[in-house]
Structures are given as C-alpha cells and as structure tokens.
Design a protein around this ligand. Structure first.
Ligand SMILES: [Zn+2]
Length: 384
C-alpha cells in the first residue's frame, strides 16, 4: 500500500507470529497418511500458458501436511498457495526444489519476505521467481505445510519471456464517481507499465452498483471485502476502485491482498483496492496519483515489495533497487519520506509513500521500475 498503512506489516508483524510460535522447528514426519485434500481440479486458460490445479496432500501425522508437484522442462514460473476458509493462519514449513534445496530455509532470501514462509491469515503463497536468484527448476518439488483447506499450484510454461502482457479488469463502486472518472487514471497506470516494458490489456470497467460495496474495509478477511474481491475475474488482475474506506480505519490510498495475491484463483485475495475518496481534489479525482496508486498496488499484487520501508532499515530483496537509509532522515521523525529520498529511490513506483502534495504539484512522479522489478513481472505466472 501507499502512504500510512503498510501491508508488509500484516505479514511481518501479525501473521508470522501465530505460525512460528506454535510450529517452530518440528521434526519431520514419519507416519502416514490420511489424505485431507485430494480433488484435482485442473483447468486451462485458453489464451495463456498457465495451469491452475489443486494438489493432493498427505497428512504426516505430526501437524504437517505434505505434497509434491512437477515443474515441466519448459516451466517459467509458479505460485504455490495455501488457503484456510475460516481465515486462520496458514503457511509453508518448507518448499524443496528438485536439487534438494529448501528455498524457505532460514538462510534463504525468501525466508523473511514470502508470505508462504512468514505465514498469513487465510491465504499465503510462495512465488518462484520472487527474486532473480530463484528459478522454477524443472523436476519434482516437495513441500510441508501447516493445516489448511487446500493448496493450489499455478504453473506457467512456455518460452523465456522478454516482455509481458497482463489482462486487467477494473471495477468501480459507489455513486460519487463513475467509470468515466477513472479512465484517465487507468491511462496513467497503463503508461507507467508501458514505459517499463510491460503491456496492460484493459477490459471495460465494470460498475458494481450494490450499495454495500461503496464503503469497505481494507482488511481482506472482512466478510464484505471478501465478498467483493471474490467477484474478481480468474484471468485478470482485478483492480477494485472503491468509493470510500470506513472512517474507523486509518486512511490509506490503496491496499493489495498480498505480495503476491492469489493469481488466477477466485478468492478474497484475487485483487487490490484503490480508495477513490482518498484521491479526491474537490469533486474530481487526481488522475496521476490514482494511476500511480493502482500501478503500485498491482505491483504488490504481482510480487513487488516496497523498495524502502518507512523506517529506512528494511528494503526489498532485489539487488538493483535504490535504498534510502535512515541516515537520510533530515527531520528526525525516524521515517524516510520521498523528499529525503530524492535520488535514493523516491521516484520508484514501489517506494513506500508518495511525494508531498507540493512536490506532486511541482510534477514529481513515481513511475520507475528497476530491471529486476521488471523481471519479476515478466516472469509472473499470469503474464502472457
Ligand atoms: Zn505499498
């Protein structure tokens, strides 16, 4: 998300806690074998080379479930997801590649970044590649998993990507603004990706007139938010432009359901929220800022982290994104804002907060992606 609220905190602070407390470092399971989930529900997408399936798991009898899957020789990427419908914590204990390397072990770059490793409420996933140091190696992968309702795998196959196209579906709720009012913001968003080598294929915006969705919580486990996001298309990145956020919540510009979200899987995590009222200038919308917010949240949803977090001591796992250390904090508020990070990544789409209003008015934007950020998007399981 952008500005005050931090989705990473959802994963880092709250979710992990539950999982690591109770399940720390158990020995591996010896015993067998009642199957908990076994339906295999394969479906292909006719215009894209990915396949989503449900993986049969084996109950290890020690609190873990295990499973395995094959990545074919032309595998490009995959996302492994675990779900729990009552929104209790889920996560993976291990994910071992065909060379026997557990890519979620404590020395892995993914250990403190991937929701699949940290754990999260209701949905957690592992994306490969999530940094350029990982690849979807061909062969048999195995995993151990905490209790869950189902594990799904989305594998992309094909030739090595040099570009990417994403299908994007926008939705608008409420009565204050209509599809026409967000059209120029969608153009801003599309241009941002275009200048970074990525094409968006925008579907016609869908208006959702049901009044219960005009104001919704930024929590994806909220029942109304869940009902809205679950309407998202399974073959697109779903961007929900929601009129307003409950006044009881800390105001934000937008929020992603995960880093990444549930790609091509209908669920509460199949999209992002952009709050329209937070982008209002008088009765109209700031198209530049709204376009940047939508692109930023979409970046999260596809697996990009903030390049620098507010504290100036936490950075994304990529090697070519500029970092803005706390030593650049000039006003001693223990945060690094965009002005303090000028030249240190403040112009990156995935910087943690926006430029100040006066900098925006002076033409400052956040539209850049590094080559490694572009790489992650181009290898996305749902890119074409
Ligand atoms: Zn963000």
């Amino acid at each position: 998300m952008k500005i005050i609220f931090d989705i990473i905190c959802y994963f880092f602070c709250s979710s992990l806690f539950l999982i690591s407390c109770s399940n720390n470092d158990s020995s591996s399971g010896s015993s067998s074998s009642s199957e908990t989930t076994s339906s295999s529900d394969n479906s292909t997408n006719s215009t894209s080379s990915y396949l989503v399936s449900e993986i049969t798991q084996t109950n290890e009898g020690d609190g873990y479930l295990s499973g395995s899957f094959e990545v074919p020789s032309n595998g490009i990427s995959f996302m492994l997801s675990t779900f729990m419908d009552n929104n209790s914590a889920v996560g993976f204990y291990s994910l071992t590649d065909p060379d026997g390397i557990n890519i979620l072990n404590s020395s892995s770059a993914l250990y403190s970044y991937s929701s699949g490793s940290l754990g999260a409420y209701g949905f957690a996933s592992v994306l490969v590649p999530h940094t350029t140091n990982f690849s979807a190696k061909a062969g048999t992968w195995t995993f151990k998993n905490y209790n869950n309702d189902r594990v799904k795998l989305n594998v992309r196959t094909g030739s090595t990507p040099s570009t990417a196209t994403f299908s994007v579906q926008a939705y608008i709720t409420g009565t204050t603004w209509s599809a026409n009012d967000i059209a120029s913001a969608l153009s801003v968003m599309s241009n941002i990706f275009n200048t970074n080598g990525i094409t968006l294929s925008l579907k016609e915006t869908i208006t959702i007139s049901d009044g219960q969705y005009a104001t919704i919580s930024s929590s994806f486990t909220d029942s109304t938010t869940s009902a809205l996001i679950s309407q998202g298309s399974e073959d697109s990145v779903n961007l929900f432009f929601v009129e307003d956020q409950p006044s009881s919540e800390t105001a934000i510009l937008g929020v992603s359901s995960g880093i990444p979200g549930a790609m091509a899987i209908a669920s509460s995590w199949n999209g992002v929220i952009n709050y329209l009222s937070a982008h209002a200038i008088g009765s109209s919308l700031s198209s530049q800022l709204l376009g940047e917010t939508a692109a930023h949240e979409m970046g999260h949803w596809l697996g990009l982290f903030h390049t620098t977090e507010s504290t100036g001591d936490s950075f994304d796992p990529l090697s070519d994104t500029a970092q803005c250390p706390l030593s650049l904090d000039q006003d001693s508020d223990d945060k690094v804002n965009a002005e303090e990070c000028n030249g240190y990544g403040a112009d990156n789409l995935m910087f943690w907060t926006t430029w100040s209003a006066s900098s925006q008015a002076a033409g400052k934007t956040q539209e850049n992606l590094s080559s490694e950020q572009q790489y992650i998007l181009k290898y996305s399981p749902i890119a074409k």
